[in-house]
Design a protein around this ligand. Structure first.
Ligand code: ZN
Length: 721
C-alpha cells in the first residue's frame, strides 16, 4: 500500500502543472454503456501481464470499468488491512509495516490507470466518474488512517526497542508510517476524527469544483480574430495554430486565441495590436474571477477555512505549519526567509527590465507606458536589440526526436543507461511509444520508459512525469515503469517537430524526474524513486536541465532539420550571453504566487476575501505593477485543485537553490560529464528515494549544506551578504 498521503506525492511530485482532476475532451469512447461488469472479469483488477514483470493493460480500458474497479479494489484493501489488525501475533516490523507495504496492490494498479485517464484521456463521461469518486476516495483514506487498532500496531512497532535493530531504511519506513498516521489524525478523539473526515470529503468536492471552473473558463472563453489587421505581428506557426483552433471552435474562416497559457503567452509576445493584447491578457488573468457560476472566490474562502480548521484539529497553528513539517524546509519561516531574500533583488531587476523596454518603446515612438500586457512583447524586442537573438532562429536546430536521442545519450553518460524501443506493450493512445531501459555494461533490465509527446483533446496542458510502477524488492526485484508526457503539436507525416529552447529545457527537466525513478534502488515501495518531500523532488529534474546547453549535446543533437549541421557556436554564444535575460520577470511572477500561497495559509482561521487578500499582500510586497502573479488566486490549480502544492509553491525556488549549488559540484570537478561526481549523484541522490533524510543525502553528495550564492549568480542577481 502506498498511503494516499505518500501516494499523492508520487503522483503529483513530478508535475510542474498540477491537476489530476479534469479536462475537456471530445473523447467519448465507451460512452452510454451502463455495463454491469462483474469484478471477476474487470480487466482493471487483474494482475498486469506480459513482458517486463507485467505492463498496464491500457488496451482494455473502458470508462465504465473505473467505478466498479475502484470499489472492488478499495474493499479488497480494507479486507487485507483487517487481516493485519486481527493477526494474533504481537505487532512487529514484518507483520505490520511490511504487511502494510504489501496491501492495496490492486488499488495501486487501478488508480495508476485512473490517473493516466484523468491526465490524458479525460472526456465528460470520465469527469462525471471523478466527481463521484473524489469524496469517496478521500473517505476511504480516512477510514485507514483512523483505524485505531491498526494505528496501535504501527505505534507499537515505532516505539519498540526492537526498532533499533532494524536497518536505517526500515527505521525510516516505520517513522514514515507513524508520522503519516499521526499527521492524518490517528491520535484524535472519535468526535474529532469524524469532523476531520467530513472536512476531507468536503475539500475533495471543492477541489474538483475549483478545477472544473477553471477548465470551463479556459474552454468557454476565447478571442476570435477576423482580419489580417488583427493578426499583425503573429508568426506563421501561430496563425496556423489559431486557424486550427478556429476549426475546433466551429468558427470557420477566422483565427481563435484560446484562453490557455500555451495560446496566450505567444500571442502576448508577438501581437502588434496593443488593444488585443490587453483583451487577451485580461481574459487570461481573470479566469475563475468573473462572477457567475464559474467564479472560484467563494470556494477559496471555504477551502481556506476548512484547511485552517483541520490544521487546528491536528494540533498545528496553521495549514502551512502542517504541510511543511516533513518537508526539507521544515517550517514556513525558513521557506519565507528564502523567498524574502530573493524577492528584493528580483524586484529591483524588474525595474531595470522595464526601463529597457520603456526606452525601446519611446525610441519607436510608441507613446505608451509599459503595462502588463506589453511585457512579453517588448521583452522580445529588447532580447533582439540587446543580444541579437531571435527565438525563431534557434528552433530549426531543435528537433524533438533528435533531442530525445540527446537525453538518452546523457543518461548513458551519467548513469550508464541504454534505451531500446519496444512495440510489444499496450499503450493508451497510438501516439505513445515505449523504450526498455537496460544497463549498458551488464545488460540488466532497469525499467520501461513511456513517451507521450503530443497534445490531443482530453489531455491536460503542460508537461509531467508519472510513475506507473515503483521499483522495490520486498519479494524479489520489481522494476519500475515511468512516463514522460508533453503537449507538442504533431507535425505532418515525415516532417520533424521543431521545439523552442524553453520546451527543450522542459524535456530535459521531465526526463530528470524519469531518471530519478529509473535509478531507484530501494527495498520498500513507499520510499521509492520520486516519493520524496515536495520541496526536494524538483531538484533532480531541474538539475538535468543543465545538460541541454553542454557542447557535447548541442554538437551531436542540436542539428538543423534541413542541413543536418550542428547549431553554430555564434548562436550558442548568444544564448549563453542572454542566459540571465528576463530573470527579474520570471522570478517575480513565480515568487509573487509563492508568497501569496504561503501567506494565505499562514492566516490561520481568519475569514479571507481572496481578491482583497491578493491585492493587499501584493501591495505590501511592493509588487511591480507591470507584472501579474504567474497563477492568480482564483485559478491557482497547484494550490486549490488538491492539497498538492498548497503552502508548497515555494518548492520550485527551494529546489532551485539546491540545483544551482549541486551543479557547482560538476563545475568544480571535471565538468558536466565528470564520472566520479555523476557516481556520487547516483549513489546519494538519484538512487536513494526517500530512504534518507533529504538534507542528509545532500550533505553526503556535496559535503556541506546548499548555499544560495550559486542561484543568485545564475539569475544574475547580486548575492546578499
Ligand atoms: Zn518538475
Amino acid at each position: 500500500m502506498r498511503l494516499l498521503t505518500i501516494r499523492s506525492l508520487v503522483l503529483f511530485a513530478a508535475i510542474s502543472m498540477i491537476l489530476s482532476v479534469t479536462m475537456t475532451a471530445q473523447n467519448t469512447t465507451a460512452m452510454n454503456s451502463t455495463t454491469n461488469v462483474s469484478t471477476t472479469d474487470n480487466p482493471l483488477l487483474a494482475k498486469w501481464e506480459g513482458p517486463y514483470g507485467g505492463v498496464p493493460p491500457f488496451d482494455r480500458v473502458q470508462v465504465p470499468l473505473f467505478k466498479p474497479a475502484l470499489e472492488a479494489a478499495m474493499a479488497e484493501q480494507l479486507a487485507e488491512i483487517d487481516r493485519i489488525v486481527k493477526n494474533p501475533a504481537a505487532p512487529d516490523f514484518q507483520n505490520t509495516i511490511v504487511a502494510l507495504e504489501e496491501v492495496g496492490q490492486t488499488l495501486d494498479r487501478v488508480s495508476t490507470i485512473y490517473g493516466v485517464w484523468g491526465a490524458t484521456m479525460a472526456g465528460p463521461e470520465f469527469q462525471a466518474v471523478q466527481r463521484e469518486m473524489a469524496p469517496r476516495l478521500a473517505a476511504f483514506n480516512d477510514q485507514i488512517t483512523q483505524n485505531e487498532p491498526l494505528f496501535k500496531r504501527i505505534e507499537a512497532v515505532y516505539n519498540s526497542p526492537a526498532k533499533a535493530k532494524l536497518t536505517p531504511e526500515q527505521q525510516r519506513l516505520a517513522w514514515l508510517y507513524y508520522t503519516n498516521f499521526v499527521r492524518a489524525g490517528a491520535r484524535l478523539s472519535a468526535d474529532a476524527k469524524k469532523r476531520l473526515s467530513e472536512i476531507n470529503q468536503k475539500l475533495a468536492g471543492l477541489y474538483t469544483k475549483f478545477s472544473q471552473n477553471v477548465l470551463a473558463e479556459e474552454t468557454d472563453q476565447f478571442i476570435v480574430l477576423k482580419s489580417e489587421a488583427e493578426l499583425a505581428g503573429l508568426p506563421q506557426s501561430l496563425r496556423d495554430a489559431a486557424a486550427a483552433a478556429a476549426e475546433s471552435k466551429k468558427q470557420p474562416g477566422t483565427w481563435v486565441i484560446m484562453n490557455t497559457r500555451s495560446s496566450i503567452d505567444p500571442f502576448l509576445t508577438y501581437s502588434d495590436r496593443r488593444d488585443l493584447r490587453e483583451k487577451a491578457w485580461r481574459m487570461f488573468v481573470n479566469r475563475g474571477d468573473n462572477g457567475g457560476e464559474h467564479d472560484n472566490n467563494a470556494i477559496i474562502t471555504e477551502i481556506l477555512q476548512l484547511r485552517a480548521e483541520r490544521a487546528k484539529l491536528l494540533g498545528y497553528p496553521t495549514h502551512a505549519h502542517w504541510r511543511l513539517e516533513n518537508s526539507m524546509a521544515k517550517t514556513p519561516e525558513r521557506a519565507m526567509a528564502l523567498m524574502e531574500a530573493v524577492w528584493k533583488p528580483a524586484a529591483a531587476r524588474v525595474q531595470e527590465e522595464v526601463a529597457d523596454m520603456q526606452a525601446l518603446a519611446d525610441k519607436e515612438g510608441a507613446k505608451i507606458k509599459i503595462e502588463p500586457w506589453d511585457y512579453r512583447y517588448y521583452m522580445e524586442k529588447v532580447r533582439k536589440a540587446k543580444y541579437d537573438l531571435d527565438q525563431n532562429e534557434i528552433k530549426p536546430y531543435l528537433q524533438l526526436e533528435k533531442l530525445r536521442e540527446g537525453i538518452f545519450w546523457v543518461a548513458g553518460e551519467l548513469f550508464n543507461f541504454n534505451f531500446t524501443p519496444v512495440t510489444n506493450v499496450p499503450v493508451a493512445h497510438p501516439d505513445v511509444r515505449v523504450w526498455e531501459v537496460t544497463d549498458k555494461t551488464t545488460k540488466r533490465h532497469i525499467g520501461l520508459w513511456y513517451f507521450d509527446p503530443y497534445a490531443r483533446p482530453g489531455k491536460r496542458s503542460g508537461a509531467w512525469m508519472n510513475a506507473y510502477r515503483n521499483q522495490e524488492r520486498i519479494n524479489g526485484e520489481i522494476t519500475t515503469i515511468v512516463s514522460n508526457n508533453s503537449n507538442f503539436v504533431k507535425g505532418k507525416p515525415g516532417e520533424p517537430v521543431l521545439i523552442s529552447w524553453d520546451d527543450a529545457t522542459t524535456m530535459f527537466h521531465e526526463f530528470g524526474h524519469a531518471l530519478h525513478g529509473l535509478n531507484s534502488n530501494v527495498t520498500y515501495p513507499s520510499l521509492s524513486g520520486t516519493a520524496v518531500p515536495r520541496d526536494y523532488v524538483e531538484f533532480p529534474s531541474q538539475l538535468l536541465e543543465h545538460w541541454l546547453a553542454t557542447p557535447e549535446v548541442l554538437q551531436r543533437f542540436a542539428l538543423h532539420y534541413q542541413t543536418g549541421k550542428p547549431i553554430p557556436q555564434t548562436l550558442v554564444d548568444k544564448i549563453n550571453r542572454s542566459a540571465t535575460f528576463n530573470e527579474g520577470f520570471e522570478t517575480v511572477e513565480l515568487l509573487a504566487s509563492a508568497l501569496v500561497d504561503m501567506k494565505l495559509h499562514l492566516a490561520a482561521d481568519k475569514k479571507i476575501d481572496p481578491d482583497a487578500f491578493e491585492r493587499e499582500t501584493l501591495a505590501q510586497l511592493g509588487m511591480p505593477k507591470e507584472i501579474v502573479m504567474r497563477h492568480r488566486t482564483p485559478q491557482f490549480l497547484h494550490v486549490f485543485s488538491s492539497d498538492g502544492y498548497s503552502a508548497g509553491y515555494y518548492s520550485y525556488l527551494w529546489s532551485d537553490v539546491i540545483t544551482a549549488d549541486a551543479f557547482g559540484a560538476f563545475v568544480e570537478g571535471k565538468g558536466p560529464y565528470d564520472k566520479s561526481v555523476a557516481e556520487r549523484l547516483r549513489k546519494h541522490i538519484f538512487s536513494v528515494g526517500n530512504t534518507v533524510d533529504p538534507a542528509d543525502a545532500y550533505r553526503s553528495f556535496r559535503g556541506r549544506d546548499p548555499k544560495i550564492d550559486a542561484l543568485m549568480k545564475k539569475k544574475g542577481f547580486t548575492a546578499k551578504s
